[in-house]
Write a protein that binds this ligand. Structure first.
Ligand code: SAM
Ligand code: DTB
Ligand code: SF4
Length: 330
């Protein structure tokens, strides 16, 4: 090929890449919500089966490594210092305390151990301690996840170097509703942290909450936003609000269980290759309601008697439910 031919070809290319259309519009996700329930669940099961063993459920155990006294004003959260929730606060746990909990989680069958801190974001002085926890939990043979809030430049890399697998940072709701839920940080802050996490080579865990007083369109907007991340999060926790007395959103209207199941199904269809986690709120659900969530494509749970500051179903109850449904934990 001659030089001039090469040059002609190069010159005919667009100067900058054409931005690709988002894969999912809010209207397209909304159309999923509006399908007849059986059609929606059928499509969700098909999406699950195209990518996963439909009987395998990923299990993560949570531990709050620093509890309460948080500067942020997230309107659903027991841990904000702005609300009188009666929560007992606790400074950063020692690595020994964390390791004891991680060993117990492993013995119960968890595959991943998730450590959560009630921070706006970690201070530099906290990073060495958290990195040590990650290193030692990883050495037990568990996958590691932390959720520490907004990360500054370089912090995601420090966590990656310590052996971190996943960083959890939820978008929580649609962009246009976020300001009704939190005012002390922005949606863009959340997106920037997810970008830092990705750039450091970590896997992303990001989802949201149903029951914050949002509309169906907001729920569709959250899912579209998550699905259009490039790539989508590997793990998508869908939380049902656990109402915390004393928080501004505690009195939000409860979302009907079928609407919650529809949210799970829409997440499964829009992000077919991601783990969709039936997250907070399981304690308030019957076995049949949880079974519907699994039929709708949920293939991950929080496993262990405690979430961060609230209760989760007991492990023996979960084991019995898995037995009845023919599910197996991974
Ligand atoms: N401070 C960090 C942050 O905000 O990212 C990490 C911990 S924060 C408690 C993690 C997530 O837990 C929130 O983004 C939210 O999705 C979920 N969450 C907190 N309180 C909840 C509640 N009462 N009901 C349901 N989900 C809740
Ligand atoms: C997520 O999406 N849910 C978890 C985890 N990521 C950190 C937290 C749920 C918290 C529920 C309320 C509580 O126990 O404080
Ligand atoms: Fe703090 Fe996280 Fe709770 Fe918001 S959700 S108040 S940042 S602990």
């Amino acid at each position: 090929m001659t030089t001039s031919a090469t040059m002609t070809r190069t010159a005919s290319r667009p100067q900058s890449p054409i931005p690709s259309e988002p894969a999912w519009t809010v209207d397209a996700v909304l159309a999923l919500f509006e399908l007849p329930f059986a059609d929606l669940l059928f499509r969700a099961q098909a999406a699950l089966r195209a990518h996963f063993d439909p009987s395998a459920v990923q299990r993560s155990t949570l531990l709050s490594i620093k509890t309460g006294n948080c500067s942020e004003d997230c309107g659903y959260c027991s841990q904000s210092k702005r609300y009188q929730t009666g929560l007992e606060t606790q400074g950063l746990l020692s690595t020994e305390e964390v390791l004891a909990a991680a060993k117990a989680a492993k013995a119960q069958g968890a595959g991943r151990f998730c450590m959560g801190a009630a921070w706006r974001g970690p201070k530099e002085k906290d990073m060495a301690a958290v990195a040590e926890m990650v290193r030692e939990v990883k050495a037990l043979g568990l996958e590691t996840c932390v959720t520490l809030g907004i990360l500054k430049e370089g912090q995601a890399e420090t966590l990656k170097a310590a052996g971190l697998d996943y960083y959890n940072h939820n978008l929580d709701t649609a962009p246009e509703y976020y300001g009704d839920v939190v005012t002390t940080h922005t949606y863009q802050d959340r997106l920037d942290t997810l970008q830092n996490v990705r750039a450091a080579g970590l896997k992303v865990c990001s989802g949201g909450i149903v029951g914050l007083g949002e509309t169906r369109r907001h729920r569709a907007g959250l899912i579209a936003k998550l699905a259009n991340l490039d790539p989508p999060p590997e793990s998508v926790p869908i939380n049902n609000l656990v109402p915390i007395p004393g928080t501004p959103l505690a009195g939000s209207e409860t979302v009907d269980i079928f609407e919650f199941v529809r949210t799970i199904a829409a997440a499964r269809i829009a992000m077919p290759a991601s783990y969709v986690r039936l997250s907070a709120g399981r304690e308030q659900m019957s076995e049949s309601e949880q079974a519907l969530c699994f039929l709708a494509g949920a293939n991950s749970i929080f496993y262990g008697d405690q979430l961060l500051t609230t209760r989760n179903p007991r492990v023996d109850g979960d084991n019995a439910l898995f037995e009845k449904l023919g599910l197996h934990g991974v």
